[in-house]
Each structure stands twice: as C-alpha cells, then as structure tokens.
Design a protein around this ligand. Structure first.
Ligand SMILES: *[C@@H]1O[C@H](CO)[C@@H](O)[C@H](O)[C@H]1NC(C)=O
Ligand SMILES: *[C@@H]1O[C@H](CO)[C@@H](O)[C@H](O)[C@H]1NC(C)=O
Ligand SMILES: *[C@@H]1O[C@H](CO)[C@@H](O)[C@H](O)[C@H]1NC(C)=O
Ligand SMILES: *[C@@H]1O[C@H](CO)[C@@H](O)[C@H](O)[C@H]1NC(C)=O
Length: 327
C-alpha cells in the first residue's frame, strides 16, 4: 500500500516537473473590428499568475505567408510552422523556464498595424498577470513585414512595445517610416540570410540604414547569416544560439533609456499601407537548408536552458526511484 502511494506521488511530481500543462496552447480570439475576430494561440508560462507574484512579459509572434488562415480550425498551421515559437512550444523545445506569455495571432491576408495593435491593446484586460511594460513584437517574412508595419505608424502605437525583432521582413521602409520608431526609441533588431531567394536582404539593410541614419537610440542592428535559404528564423529563435534573442528581449521595457527619441525629421507623415513588394509564396514549413553556414558568434551560453536540463535530471532520478520501489 505504502509503495503504491509513494509511486503515485512520484508520478505526479514527475508530471509536474515535465510540465505537461505548460506546453498547452489554447485557441483564443480578439475583436479587431465590429463583428470581426482574429484567432490566436495563447501560451501561458508555468509562472503565470493573476493573483500576485511577478508579472509575465509578453511575446507577440507574427507568422509568415505560409500560415495564413483565419479561423480557429487553421490555427494548427501555426504549430506546424518549423522553427517558430508556436512550433517550439508544441514540440516541447520551448524552455519551460521562459517567463513569457506567447500570443501567436493568425491573419487571413496581409498583416497590418491595426490587427496587431488591437491584440496588443487587449493584453491589459485579457491578461491581468501580464507585464504591459514588456510586450515584445517579433515575426518572420510576411510577419516581419507585420512587425515593421506596426512600429512605423505613429509613436503612440510604437510606445506599446518594449522591443521588436523582424526576421527577413517582406516590407521596405517608406519615406518617413523611421520617424515613429526613432521618436519612440524602440530597440529593434533585424536578421536576414544574405542569399535569401524570396525576400531580398536589401529590405533589412534599408531598415537598418534608415533607422541608424536617423539616430535611432539604442542603435538598431542587422545580423546577416551566410545562407541561401529563406529561413533565417530557426537560428534566430533557437534558445541555444550563441546570441539568445529571448534574453535580449528581457533587458528592455517600454520605459526608454534616457537620451533617446530625437529623429532628424520631427513631423510624422501618415503613410498608406503599401502592398507586398516581394514574393508572398513564402512558407515556414520547410526544414532548414543544409547550406546554412552561419559563423557562430562566441558568447556565454543561455542560462535559462539549464533549468530544462535540471528538470530532466529530476525526472530521471524520480523514474529510477519509481523503478526501485516497484521491483
Ligand atoms: C484548437 O484548434 C485545433 C485545430 O483545429 C484543434 O485541434 C484543437 O482541438 C483546438 N483546441 C481547443 C482547446 O479548442
Ligand atoms: C496612431 O495610430 C492608431 C492606430 O492606427 C490610431 O488609433 C491613432 O489615432 C494614431 N495616433 C495619432 C496621434 O496619429
Ligand atoms: C547597420 O547600420 C550600421 C549604421 O549605419 C552600419 O554600420 C552597419 O554596417 C549596418 N549593418 C549591416 C549588416 O548592414
Ligand atoms: C549585430 O550584427 C553583427 C553583424 O551580423 C553581429 O556580429 C553582432 O553580433 C550583432 N549584434 C547584436 C547585438 O545583435
């Protein structure tokens, strides 16, 4: 009898350590226009709490053209999109120690600021345990276009975000698109493969140059991978990469460093949403190209991933104890 009780407890603790419930992504919707809803996947970290404790930072991830959908039924596409945050969460390769709420909306056409902004604004009421000063925006390909489209509109919108990362963004900067991010002082990084056959690296180069030329603070950065594929996101999002973007995010809140916010041209001119300027036949479901030869930047290893190893070790020990008790 004792044995059964102990075994039962061990199994429960083991389940808890493996965080079975932590890997769940729920289907949700947000009202974006009168009578119109946008679906999204919601992941809540094990530390999420609406009754005290530390508030959870938020990641909003924008998918590429291959995951366009529109109804709750097609949200599965997001979980299948290789290398993306919803994919990592679904496949249990997302470090459970990460404190982020991860929201992955799905659009039925091309991303634009309005839809992303509506989801962002809803965070405060939908997630009382969220830290609204730490909302991080990221996306790939068409989703990278969604990132830059959202942060270029006006300072009021850009100020919602603590930091942004656009990966191979399928949208060029227009004439005064730098004004809002520079006025806001948004920390933003770009990542692109130099041989990207689907979205030219000039998109990211132009963003990097126009933002830096107009004194964005902190300076923006473009990381160029030597690769001939479109997929620059698998490496960028990988928590074991030498440059950990998730740790980079965590250093920022939307309370900007002092001395930022002085664009060369102070008057923002509203610009109309431009149609996609690059091919939209992009997909995120293909595995990474074997021709990728990114030279890794040396740096300290991600400290959050060690928690995963610890959790796995505890599981292994518990399993051993269970076996000893049974036999
Ligand atoms: C969410 O949608 C997926 C895909 O249609 C479905 O398989 C799953 O059961 C749904 N989950 C919930 C919690 O409704
Ligand atoms: C900024 O953009 C948002 C979303 O499009 C809009 O609601 C708001 O009125 C704009 N603010 C200014 C100052 O233009
Ligand atoms: C990004 O912009 C900075 C400042 O203009 C420049 O020095 C740097 O070379 C650019 N990075 C890339 C990869 O083009
Ligand atoms: C900026 O980009 C350069 C060139 O790809 C890279 O070596 C460096 O690590 C990047 N720095 C950051 C902070 O992303």
């Amino acid at each position: 009898m004792y044995k059964q009780i102990i075994l039962c407890c061990l199994v429960l603790v083991n389940l808890y350590c493996n965080g079975v419930e932590g890997y769940l992504q729920s289907n949700r919707t947000v009202l974006v226009n009168q009578g119109q809803y946008m679906s999204y996947l919601e992941y809540l970290p094990p530390t999420y709490s609406e009754s005290g404790g530390a508030k959870s930072p938020v990641i909003i991830f924008l998918h590429g053209a291959g995951e366009v959908g529109g109804t709750v039924d097609t949200l599965q596409k997001l979980k299948n999109a290789y290398g993306s945050p919803p994919y990592m969460i679904d496949k249990n390769t997302w470090p459970q120690s990460y404190p982020f709420i991860v929201l992955s909306p799905q659009i039925w056409g091309w991303w634009s600021c309005h839809f992303v902004h509506m989801l962002t604004k809803s965070v405060a009421t939908k997630y009382p345990g969220a830290d609204t000063s730490r909302i991080y925006l990221t996306g790939l390909s068409m989703g990278g276009a969604g990132v830059v489209d959202t942060i270029r509109i006006n300072k009021t919108v850009t100020d919602y975000y603590a930091a942004a990362i656009a990966i191979c963004p399928a949208q060029q900067p227009g004439g005064t698109d730098y004004v809002a991010p520079v006025s806001s002082g948004l920390p933003i990084l770009f990542f692109h493969n130099n041989g990207d056959p689907q979205v030219s690296i000039t998109n990211s180069q132009n963003w990097n140059n126009t933002l830096n030329d107009n004194n964005i603070c902190p300076k923006t950065n473009l990381t160029v991978y030597t690769a001939t594929s479109h997929d620059a996101w698998t490496k960028t999002y990988d928590p074991s990469s030498s440059f950990n973007v998730w740790n980079w995010f965590l250093q920022w809140t939307n309370v900007r460093p002092s001395g930022c916010g002085q664009p060369n041209t102070p008057e923002p001119t509203p610009t109309v949403t431009s149609p996609p300027q690059t091919t939209t036949s992009t997909t995120t479901t293909s595995p990474p190209s074997t021709t990728d030869t990114q030279s890794e930047i040396e740096g300290s290893k991600d400290n959050m991933s060690s928690a995963i190893t610890l959790s796995s070790s505890i599981s292994a020990i518990l399993l051993l104890i269970s076996l000893v008790i049974i036999f």
